[in-house]
Ligand binder design. Structure first.
Ligand SMILES: NC(=O)c1ccc[n+]([C@@H]2O[C@H](COP(=O)([O-])OP(=O)(O)OC[C@H]3O[C@@H](n4cnc5c(N)ncnc54)[C@H](O)[C@@H]3O)[C@@H](O)[C@H]2O)c1
Ligand SMILES: O=C(O)C(=O)C[C@@H](O)[C@H](O)[C@H](O)COP(=O)(O)O
Ligand SMILES: [Zn+2]
Length: 360
């Protein structure tokens, strides 16, 4: 088992990573200081495969559970209200620990409920998608969508531990693995170009879920995220780089009420368009731009957006949380494995990139 520690003073915690860890969840929870009074939140797809393992391992330590409908629509205030109700019915109190068993949707929602129920209770992340194992389960960004805006209500609230069983990825289809790889490629492009090249060279083995490749991806990704979060927990500056591809990506994700693109797919398309803007601004050369587009196109094919969609994406961009003094903030590539934060990008250039689209 690999153990990484996220060092955030009294809010620090361990991340436990290995194949088959769910079978030791009782012992690992004890290591995190959690014994009983546990309430589990999961979704229907995940519960079908893994809830029984947790219930049999934790037995009488579990006071209840709540199973959500799968999908982004569950990341809402309405779902949070339903969870609060179930928790009250089950007699949850300030000593209750929530376990989030699922992907990023269950994790963000559970974290939000944990941050708000009785002014804050403990929670542990048990991520079961590649995306949640490499990204959403650490760093403490918790929240829900509201009025079709992504993560617009939420908090920074760290878990007490993260338990990653890479074996759970075996029940995901390839589209979900590619969804997670979107965030993994992001780490390479913002911080570690050698990792980006390694991902390109080994994509076939990764898609076959060969365990040493998956372990490498999860550990490398979490190490990059942990270093950034430790430096800037509440996103005053450097943490913004984790948002590469997201300013445009979040707009793309909201299209068709979140029904067309998954988060990681939208981020891939966002990274392509933000790289195009970077090229237009002369921040990267054409050769590097082509390398980025060729590589990301192996995950998601570039998309041409209709005029209506372009408008909707621009509206989302104008409500992005990073915006300052009415100016759109973009994280843009400036060289191999390097990005920078810009608050002076001409709005017209963003509109033009959405209109032109990327070419391969
Ligand atoms: N908090 C953060 O830092 C952060 C970072 C990145 C993304 N996110 C958020 O994460 C969400 C996306 O997360 P996601 O991609 O994990 O989506 P998800 O939680 O919707 O899971 C994807 C699908 O896989 C199913 N599933 C999950 N685990 C499974 C398993 N092991 N076997 C079979 N099916 C399984 C789910 O039921 C769902 O249908 C978005 O809302 C995004 O905004 C948050
Ligand atoms: O942890 C972060 O910081 C990130 O930005 C990681 C992103 O991958 C993630 O999608 C995050 O939820 C986006 O946050 P938001 O603040 O732009 O809503
Ligand atoms: Zn993301």
């Amino acid at each position: 088992m690999d153990v990484l520690s996220v060092d955030l003073k009294d809010r620090g915690y361990n991340i436990y990573i290995d194949k088959g860890l769910l079978r030791n969840i009782d012992d690992i929870l004890l290591e995190c200081g959690i014994d009983d009074n546990i309430f589990i939140i999961s979704d229907r797809n995940v519960a079908k495969h893994y809830l029984d393992i947790l219930l049999s391992k934790l037995n009488t330590k579990v006071t209840g559970y709540c199973i959500l409908e799968p999908g982004e629509q569950s990341k809402s205030i309405d779902t949070a209200k339903k969870v609060y109700e179930k928790m009250l019915e089950a007699g949850c109190n300030r000593k209750t620990t929530l376990i989030s068993l699922g992907g990023g949707v269950v994790g963000d929602l559970t974290g939000f409920v944990a941050a708000t129920f009785m002014r804050g209770i403990n929670f542990v992340q048990v991520p079961t998608t590649l995306l949640s194992q490499v990204d959403s389960s650490i760093g403490g960004k918790v929240g829900v969508n509201f009025k079709n805006y992504k993560n617009i209500i939420g908090s920074f609230y760290q878990p007490k531990g993260v338990i990653i069983d890479t074996e759970t990825l075996k029940t995901l289809d390839e589209r979900e693995i590619i969804n997670g790889l979107g965030e993994v490629f992001k780490y390479g492009l913002i911080m570690d170009y050698d990792f980006f090249l390694w991902l390109n060279d080994n994509l076939n083995s990764i898609l076959k879920l060969e365990n040493n490749y998956i372990m490498n991806i999860v550990k490398k990704s979490l190490n990059i995220k942990k270093i950034i979060v430790q430096k800037d927990e509440k996103e005053s500056n450097i943490r913004k780089v984790l948002n590469f591809g997201h300013t445009i990506g979040h707009g793309i994700e909201t299209l068709d009420d979140f029904n067309t693109f998954k988060h990681g797919e939208a981020v891939v398309l966002g990274m392509m368009l933000e790289s195009l803007i970077s090229t237009e601004m002369g921040l990267i050369d054409r050769k590097y731009y082509i390398k980025i587009i060729d590589s990301l196109s192996r995950l998601v094919s570039p998309v041409k957006f209709s005029a209506f969609e372009q408008k909707q994406i621009m509206n989302a961009i104008k409500h992005d949380k990073k915006n300052e003094k009415g100016k759109i903030v973009l994280v843009l590539p400036i060289g191999k494995g390097r990005v920078n934060i810009y608050n002076n990008v001409d709005e017209k250039l963003i509109e033009k990139s959405l209109k032109d689209g990327v070419v391969i």
